[in-house]
Design a binder for this molecule. Sequence first.
Ligand SMILES: [Zn+2]
Length: 93
Amino acid sequence: MAWNGPTTMPNTHQASRPTRTCAGCGRKGAQGELERFHQEAGELAPGAGPGRGAYTCRRLQCFERAVARRAFSRILRRIVRVDPSLSRLYTGH
Ligand SMILES: [Zn+2]
């Protein structure tokens, strides 16, 4: 049984990939693997839109945590109302 040492190696070649931070748990992920939100007239709206974006992991837990911490309002730099039905984005698929 040979021990080949740690299998995790630092990979500096991926440093230029854009990463975003989850508003719920603070985990960083590639832009494509996080759910994006923007605000429209003070309402949190899913998907890409004008202005700043807020991101969460694709986990309902992170969305709820972001809502509880008012992280969306902080990130989007204005008070946003969060429609509870947005949670369907996480449970619908
Ligand atoms: Zn998260």
